[in-house]
Design a protein around this ligand. Sequence first.
Ligand code: NCD
Length: 314
Amino acid sequence: MHLLGIDALSREAIVRLLDRADTYFNAAREAKASSAPIATSRALAGRSVVNLFFEASTRTRVSFEVAAKRLGADVVNVAAQASSVSKGETLLDTVKNLAAMGTDVLVMRHPASGAPHFVAGRTPLHVVNAGDGAHEHPTQALLDALTLRRHKGRIEGLRVAICGDILHSRVARSNALLLGKMGAKVHFVAPRTLLPAAADELGAHPGDIEVFDDFDMAIRGVDAVMLLRIQNERLASLSMVPSTAEYARTFGLTAARAAALPDGVLVMHPGPINRGVELAGGVADGARSVVLEQVEAGVAVRMAVLESLFEAAA
Ligand code: NCD
């Protein structure tokens, strides 16, 4: 079994993963509260997980590693810059060699959209997409959904504003699909240059997404505001954002805007945050922010995902 995108997950499959992740989240919280070690299981004992990352990552890579270890798996981390890919080896040859060593799971991040899908059809390994280009980042959407559900008690009927560089964001795409499948509505807001064509069609159904030009209109009546970093490494032209200061004023969640939000509106960010650009530092650290809880949920969600790969294969 693979996890390549939210695209291929049913509503029932999403709920099953979130329910299981919630159990892991609570267990880790309880252990931390009593200063006890977080319990590890043997669910993946004897299995090995390879993290193959062709792009920078802190949260995603480390949390897949922590998750795999909590399930008793062995973990190997491969940074592509230090692998034979830099000597001209193809992606597929690299993966075939990893599989020949008897590994079981390939957690993969790649700048090309569709790279994990290409590999998944050509290897016996279970492939998990940890982010492919501007396409999908399914475990991020699942951890965002878990965070929302823990605070709001449900996902159905919620409204979530997703703000920033939607054009280059796999986080926005996976979230739009998941929220749509679960019956929530999404507001997209971005400068025109950072919005994909037909952005309103990126949901699971017609009508899931409403596109706004104006940030203040977009965050009106929402349950959560999710900010995205401008992905400078993917920008075709720097002229897409003429001035950082102007961007922060027009499309950033400033302290003043955050203060005007009604009680209970969550502030979310997948990280890495560019403080003072899309999100004011004080708001990132403030009472509404669930940014670090999203990271906490990331470990729980990745445990649930890794475990599910083997069950479905049985
Ligand atoms: C994001 C990513 O890599 O897609 N980060 C993450 O995985 N939490 C978003 C980003 O890089 O801005």
